[in-house]
Design a protein around this ligand. Structure first.
Ligand SMILES: NC(=O)c1ccc[n+]([C@@H]2O[C@H](COP(=O)([O-])OP(=O)(O)OC[C@H]3O[C@@H](n4cnc5c(N)ncnc54)[C@H](O)[C@@H]3O)[C@@H](O)[C@H]2O)c1
Length: 432
């Protein structure tokens, strides 16, 4: 099929590359000329495992190309994905200006029947609004489809290639059939393709992210209660997770959730519910707990040093909002580092992939280390903020020699308490 994908960010690039991989002709569009130039050279502007291989192969085989010319992409495609950002607006709502702008530009370039797909995460009712905008601009026939994306950064290619399910919100059979055919190659292991109305598809995406965020905030509160009562959240988590009605995933407490999705999607669902005079009480609490949780580790650090961090050197391992990405949007590392700096501490930070992004955020306020062990040199304490694989089994003896004092604040509970004690570290974690 002839496909266009507008927006080559964490979602659009993966969608475009994976659809090319399954044999479609894909033209990806971005307004960012520098990004398009990079992509044309076969380089990915983002870090995402597996993406560069897909780019190289499908570009070489002529199935994947990149342009800034949206009109050209529309003219030569039947299915056009809108995968631009829907950032948080000032009042917590999803800012739809990019989606609506692209919808209008698509309509103006149409030269025949097109399926316009909302891939971006958009509030309930957006497909209807997109349909209205396009109807005003063109006399050509078209369908609008809502096809929310459930991939997770760090495993985005794998998630798209082997989805748990594909959700298609469609108002007519022709568009539904085209979308089902497009996704068939990805569901051969039996994952369901669910066709429903657009409003349900739009809400399914927010409901999924909201449940995941709720699980995280809930376990963070359980961990805080563990701290108060001397219980161990690892035992609680395992006992709870072995109940099949609950499941083991997303029960890990930590420094709060971040990223470009959970924070904004929780707020947007709360906001569009309140627009209909519905008070989404649970989600307000989920958001408030998350804000609180980002400060828990800083409070522990502050307390250990007698509320006097002035002149202390704190090493930070992990800056990205989660492992295997360079994305720092809403990363808990940001408020944690800002709080440490505000208390007069010196911060030495390291991340395997997010250093470039972090330098853009903190500039010279933070000292960035080329290697993880460089960051702990002369440090009064280490804080683990992101659980990258390479932090899990470090050379503790080497660290102990390098650090001014052997103190670890483990914001992701990746080390064993007994082991830390045996090795002679003063060790703090979350809920243990
Ligand atoms: N990041 C995720 O893990 C994830 C997962 C599922 C859904 N989503 C949703 O997918 C959407 C995109 O998210 P993302 O993380 O890929 O965003 P992103 O910011 O990484 O990428 C958006 C891209 O769109 C481009 N763009 C903006 N306006 C444009 C225009 N008018 N014409 C052409 N290109 C334009 C930008 O230059 C950018 O490259 C959001 O709605 C998000 O909520 C994201």
């Amino acid at each position: 099929m002839k496909v266009a994908v507008v927006g080559t960010g964490y979602v659009g690039l993966v969608v475009g590359a994976c659809l090319a991989e399954s044999g479609n002709d894909v033209l990806c569009v971005d307004k960012d000329e520098a990004k398009v130039r990079m992509l044309r050279r076969g380089k990915s502007p983002i870090y995402e495992p597996g993406i560069e291989d897909l780019l190289r192969r499908n570009k070489a085989e002529g199935r994947l190309s990149f342009t800034t010319d949206l009109a050209k992409a529309v003219r030569q495609s039947t299915i056009i994905f809108i995968a631009v950002g829907t950032p948080q607006g000032e009042d917590g709502s999803a800012d739809l200006q990019h989606v609506m702008g692209v919808a209008r530009d698509i309509a103006r370039a149409m030269n025949g029947y097109k399926v316009i797909v909302d891939k971006s995460t958009v509030p309930v009712g957006t497909a209807a609004k997109v349909r209205e905008i396009i109807r005003r601009e063109t006399t050509h026939p078209f369908s609008v489809v809502s096809n929310p994306e459930f991939l997770k950064q760090g495993a985005a290619v794998e998630d798209f290639m082997k989805p748990d399910r594909v959700v298609i919100g469609a108002e007519d059979e022709q568009a539904a059939e085209l979308m089902v055919a497009l996704h068939k190659p990805f569901t051969r292991t039996g994952a369901p393709i669910m066709v429903m109305d657009c409003a349900s598809a739009e809400l399914a995406k927010y409901a999924a992210n909201a449940i995941l965020a709720t699980k995280i905030s809930f376990m963070n509160e359980i961990a805080n209660i563990c701290d108060l009562f001397g219980a161990d959240v690892d035992h609680v988590r395992k006992a709870v997770g072995s109940d099949r009605r609950i499941g083991t995933s997303f029960l890990f407490p930590g420094v709060g959730y971040g990223g470009s999705c959970f924070p904004k999607d929780v707020k947007a669902l709360t906001k569009f519910s309140s627009d209909k005079k519905y008070d989404f009480k649970i989600l307000k609490a989920v958001d408030a707990v998350n804000e609180f949780q980002k400060r828990v580790i800083v409070k522990k650090i502050d307390a250990h040093f007698g509320n006097s961090l002035k002149g202390k050197t704190i090493a930070v391992w992990g800056l990205a909002f989660k492992p295997k990405t360079d994305d720092m949007r809403e990363a808990p590392a940001i408020p944690i580092i800002e709080a440490l700096l505000a208390k007069g501490a010196k911060v030495q930070a390291y991340d395997p992939e997010a250093m470039k992004v972090a330098k853009g955020i903190f500039g010279s306020k933070v000292s960035f280390s080329a290697k993880n062990y460089d960051a702990v040199k002369g440090a009064d304490a280490l804080v683990v903020v992101t659980e990258w694989q390479e932090f899990r089994e470090p050379d503790f003896a080497r660290m102990k020699k390098l650090m001014r004092s052997p103190v670890i604040f483990d914001g992701r509970n990746i080390y064993q308490r007994e082991q830390m004690k045996t090795l002679g570290f003063t060790y703090f974690s979350i809920g243990r």
